[in-house]
Design a protein around this ligand. Structure first.
Ligand code: MN
Length: 292
């Protein structure tokens, strides 16, 4: 018999801050009183750019050259388009409804901007950047990208045209996600029509959360408005979502990585020695070079 996964907290969006001049984000974790660096492991950070209108601009807004190492960045675009370039010569565009799963691993330099045409026209911009930690044995893995377009995601269609669950990673009701991951985790976009209901079931020890991207829902009978975040307790397996409006919900659940976490800026490691090594590697050009 599975038991109910109850709600630990429903969290309103914290005051936003700018990342470069292109991303206006609410940081739901870590660094909050409720959610420290281990609480959502294997997920380390979640920055949410709630829907905001950017005015047209010829020179794209964004964030300039910076390193990452020891984890993965997952960029989920809901509105607007993002362009990226890295020190290995890779570049690409993350379009509406698409996901970029970047394994920084042993380290790279990159920059992230609004895509040129989007920037020229301006308009609604909404995205999530999630950092997924890597266990010690994969921290030095070679950097790689998974460009997951919307059509590549697994799809579970609700009966009576009541919506769809897009499976980015993991598995939902036997449908597999598109991303390969280093530790067991699930990442879904549930796009539900008003009055649709759905049950979710994850192991008790998996750290689990939901973020309401559009519309409003009830979770286990509790109202959760748009842009709010639901943190679940590790006390059971099941929870229900009832759409009280047409809605989009990001749902994350993963097996915790049971290792020490030492984080500094764009690096997430197991020890301070590894942080120092990463800083030295960037300074000595080991991550390559990228023009601003
Ligand atoms: Mn970055």
């Amino acid at each position: 018999m599975s038991t109910k996964k109850t709600i630990e907290a429903i969290i309103a969006p914290p005051p936003p801050h700018m990342v470069g001049d292109g991303f206006r984000v609410h940081n739901f974790f870590p660094n909050s009183r409720l959610i420290d660096q281990q609480r959502m492991s294997p997920f380390f950070m979640l920055d949410y750019n709630a829907k905001v209108d950017f005015s047209p601009r010829k020179e794209p807004r964004g964030v300039g050259v910076h390193p990452h190492a020891g984890f993965e960045t997952v960029t989920i675009a809901y509105h607007g388009k993002i362009a990226h370039h890295d020190s290995a010569g890779n570049s690409g565009i993350i379009g509406e409804g698409d996901v970029q799963w970047m394994t920084a691993g042993s380290g790279l330099l990159h920059k992230e901007y609004h895509e040129k045409e989007f920037s020229k026209n301006g308009g609604a911009f909404q995205m999530v950047q999630l950092w997924v930690n890597l266990p010690a044995k994969f921290k030095k893995t070679k950097p790689k990208y998974q460009e997951i377009t919307n059509s590549m995601m697994g799809r579970y269609n609700l009966p009576d045209d009541k919506g769809v669950v897009e499976i980015i990673a993991g598995e939902f009701k036997g449908v597999k996600g598109a991303a390969s991951t280093f530790t067991p985790l699930h990442a879904f976009n549930a796009r539900l029509k008003k009055e649709a209901s759905l049950e979710f079931n994850f192991p008790k020890n998996y750290n689990t959360c939901a973020l309401v991207i559009e519309g409003s829902i009830k979770v286990n009978e509790e109202n959760v408005p748009a842009d709010h975040f639901v943190l679940f307790k590790n006390d059971g397996e099941n929870f229900s979502i009832d759409a009280t409006d047409d809605t989009v919900i990001l749902i994350l659940s993963g097996e915790p990585i049971d290792e020490p976490v030492v984080a500094y800026g764009p690096f997430v490691m197991n020890t301070w020695e590894e942080i120092e090594q990463a800083v030295n590697d960037v300074n000595s050009g080991k991550y390559g070079v990228l023009e601003g």
